[in-house]
Ligand binder design. Structure first.
Ligand SMILES: [Zn+2]
Length: 328
C-alpha cells in the first residue's frame, strides 16, 4: 500500500508518527493582491523547515499532512522544499475551502463533474505543472448549513475518492454539519471509514461526537490550542469522555496551526483576539509552535486519566490505519 507525498510515492509503512492536520504557508484568497503586506516566501520555507526539523528531532514526527485547500495559498513546491530540507514526509491534498472564506466563483460556478476532474487530475497527474501529486482530498463546509456550492465540492470529492481510493479530510465550522457531511459521503457511496470529520473539538456536544464516531468515521480533535474556537480545557474533557466510551481508535489529534501567513489574518475576528495575536507577535510567539500538543495538551489529558501511550497511539497507529485506508 502506497501513499503520495510531495516528493513522490512512498509505502505507508514509512509514515511513522504523523501529524495529520497542520499547515505550513497559508493565506486567505485575495491576499496575493495586497501590496501593503509583503511576503517573504524564502523566509517562510526556512521557518517551516526549522519547525518540522524540531518536530522530528524532539518528538519523533516522521510525517506531516498539510491539507491546505487549493485556494488558501497552497504551495506544493514550498512543501517539497521543506520536506527535503527537514527530512519529514509531507502529504498535500486537493479540494476547496468553504464559503464565504474560500471557493472562488470560477469553481463555485463549475459543475460537479468539472470539479471532480480537477481533483482527479491533481491526485493522478499533479498540481499545475509541478508534477507533485495530492495524496488526499479536502472538503469544507460553513457554519450551520452546507451551501449549494460546498455541496457540489463534496459530491465531486466523492467521485474522486471512489475513482482513486484516497482518504478525505474535512473542515467543519463552529462544530456544525459533521453528520451532514457524513450523509453526503454515504449517499454518494463513500465508505465513511475513509473520512475524518475535522474540527469536531469545537463542539462541546458529546452526542454530536458520538454520532460521528458511531457512523464509522474518524473524528478530528484537530484545533487544539485555538482558544478563539474552544478552550483546551473543554477539548480535554470531551476527548476524555470519548476515550472512556471506547472510541480512542477513531480519534485523530491535530492543531490546525501554520508557520507563515501571507497578508493579514483574513477571517473576521473579535477585537480582543486581534490584541492577543498582536501581543504574541511582539513576543516572537506568533504563529505559535506545533509543539503545544505535546508540551501543554498531553499533560492536560494525563490529568484526566488518559495516558501518554494512548495519546501517542493516536499519532502513530490511528494515523497509519487512516492513511492506509484500513478498516477501523
Ligand atoms: Zn486546516
Amino acid at each position: 500500500m502506497n501513499i503520495q507525498s510531495v516528493l513522490g510515492t512512498m509505502p505507508v509503512s514509512e509514515l511513522g508518527r504523523t501529524m495529520f492536520h497542520e499547515h505550513l504557508l497559508v493565506m486567505y484568497p485575495g491576499a496575493e493582491y495586497d501590496s501593503t503586506v509583503l511576503f517573504d516566501r524564502d523566509a517562510a520555507i526556512r521557518e517551516g523547515t526549522k519547525r518540522l526539523t524540531q518536530l522530528r528531532e524532539v518528538y519523533g514526527v516522521k510525517t506531516f499532512v498539510d491539507p491546505c485547500p487549493i485556494e488558501l495559498g497552497r504551495d506544493v513546491e514550498a512543501m517539497a522544499a521543506i520536506s527535503e530540507q527537514s527530512g519529514v514526509n509531507i502529504v498535500c491534498t486537493t479540494g476547496f475551502y468553504f464559503q464565504p472564506l474560500g471557493l472562488p466563483p470560477y469553481w463555485a460556478n463549475s459543475s460537479v463533474v468539472q470539479i471532480a476532474e480537477l481533483y482527479i487530475h491533481e491526485l493522478e497527474k499533479g498540481v499545475g505543472r509541478t508534477g507533485i501529486r495530492a495524496g488526499g482530498l479536502k472538503c469544507a463546509t460553513g457554519s450551520g448549513r452546507i451551501s449549494d456550492s460546498e455541496r457540489k465540492c463534496l459530491e465531486a470529492a466523492c467521485i474522486a475518492q471512489k475513482e482513486t481510493g484516497v482518504r478525505i479530510w474535512t473542515h467543519t465550522t463552529d462544530g456544525t454539519c459533521g453528520p451532514d457531511q457524513q450523509e453526503i459521503f454515504a449517499s454518494n457511496g463513500v465508505d465513511l471509514g475513509q473520512v475524518v470529520i475535522g474540527h469536531c473539538c469545537e463542539s462541546m456536544d458529546r452526542d454530536y461526537h458520538r454520532r460521528i464516531v458511531e457512523r464509522g468515521s474518524y473524528i478530528g480533535f484537530d484545533r487544539i490550542g485555538w482558544a478563539q474556537y474552544q478552550s483546551d480545557e473543554n477539548r480535554a474533557d470531551s476527548l476524555a469522555a470519548l476515550v472512556q466510551a471506547g472510541y480512542a481508535d477513531q480519534v485523530l489529534l491535530g492543531q490546525d496551526r501554520y508557520t507563515s501567513m501571507r497578508g493579514r489574518y483574513g477571517r473576521p475576528q473579535a477585537a480582543e483576539e486581534v490584541a492577543r495575536m498582536e501581543a504574541l507577535k511582539r513576543e516572537g510567539n506568533w504563529p505559535p509552535p506545533y509543539t503545544h500538543l505535546f508540551t501543554t495538551f498531553f499533560p492536560m489529558m494525563e490529568e484526566r486519566g488518559v495516558s501518554e501511550a494512548v495519546l501517542f497511539a493516536m499519532l502513530d497507529k490511528n494515523t497509519l490505519r487512516f492513511l492506509s485506508g484500513g478498516a477501523l
